[in-house]
Ligand binder design. Structure first.
Ligand code: C2O
Length: 311
């Protein structure tokens, strides 16, 4: 494998190999590192690798919901998935209530696990949405509350599964510029220090829910939007409101912005990278274990944001 990836990384003529493959140098380096670490490379044929690279290049795009028409297929798939999950019995780990209970029982807040825990939560939820909607290219949309200050209109259609009936916000309520505006977001992203960006350090496998301190992204716009939408969104069962997932996609997109677009490094402290979460389920409803280090690869290999053209 190392030999294969060495050859992938070599230039072909005047064209660097990663460009010929349509990948960034970073993606190719990560793939080479993963293949080396997993020791699986020798079993892969060139064709299988080309196939994998093709999937990575075409990975689903998480788009800004403000760019979508109400009849956009992404919104239809999301509504279909929510409806199907709401119809599942609670013996199924993919049911709407069971998914929210994962948050109620296991969410990580007020420490540096906030970002990777919620990223993994979204990642498996998105996989379940693909399964339940039958739309294998489905990617969650995000709500950019920095620009669009109202809860997106599709969440107010009372005949839609995306409606939730106890919000304190109304269709015309406006989130505050001071709380979610560009200056506040810029400020949260201004540091190059992972702990100042992501939250205070905690030890390996620090349990739910809390820790010693939040970073401004969590304490500021993140908390504010939960309370602005209000009702269930202001509680630990907030994922029962379908807008929760678009709110957290925005938080995740800002981590991508900080880490991948602006190239600030995540910590390599093993108390962070080696922490594991075992409360999530895959699209078949089977339990999975996620290592924090893996979550740093999701937006390079499994999904991308429409703000992430260069990586
Ligand atoms: Cu664990 Cu925004 O919540």
């Amino acid at each position: 494998m190392e030999r294969l990836f060495d050859s992938l990384d070599a230039s072909t003529g005047d064209r660097p190999r990663h460009k010929a493959l349509g990948l960034t140098r970073r993606q190719l380096g990560i793939l080479a590192g993963m293949a080396g670490a997993a020791g699986v490379g020798l079993a892969c044929t060139q064709a299988q690798i080309e196939d994998l690279l093709e999937q990575i290049r075409n990975r689903p795009m998480r788009r800004n919901i403000a760019t979508m028409d109400p009849d956009d297929p992404v919104i239809a798939s999301y509504a279909a998935a929510v409806e199907a999950m709401q119809a599942l019995p609670n013996t199924d780990a993919r049911s709407w209530t069971r998914q929210a209970e994962i948050h109620n029982d296991f969410c990580r807040h007020h420490n540096w696990l906030f970002l990777p825990w919620h990223r993994a939560y979204l990642y498996y939820f998105e996989q379940i949405c693909r399964e339940m909607s039958g739309d294998d290219d489905f990617a969650l949309p995000y709500w950019n509350w920095t620009v669009d200050r109202q809860v997106p209109a599709v969440f107010w259609d009372e005949s839609s599964p995306l409606f939730h009936d106890n919000r304190t916000a109304t269709p015309t309520s406006q989130a505050s510029d001071a709380q979610v505006g560009q200056a506040t977001v810029d400020n949260a992203l201004a540091t190059g220090n992972f702990i100042l960006f992501a939250g205070e350090a905690v030890g390996l496998n620090h349990p739910p829910h809390f820790g010693p301190g939040m970073a401004p992204l969590e304490s500021g716009p993140h908390n504010y939007i939960h309370n602005f939408v209000g009702g269930t969104m202001a509680s630990f069962m907030s994922p029962l409101d379908p807008v929760f997932w678009l709110h957290h996609c925005r938080v995740d997109q800002l981590w991508v912005q900080w880490n991948l677009v602006e190239e600030n490094p995540n910590t390599n402290d093993s108390d962070w990278t080696d922490t594991e979460f075992s409360e999530f389920s895959d699209r078949d409803g089977d339990p999975v274990t996620v290592r924090v280090a893996e979550t740093t690869l999701y937006p390079l290999l499994s999904y991308r944001y429409d703000t992430q053209e260069v990586v």
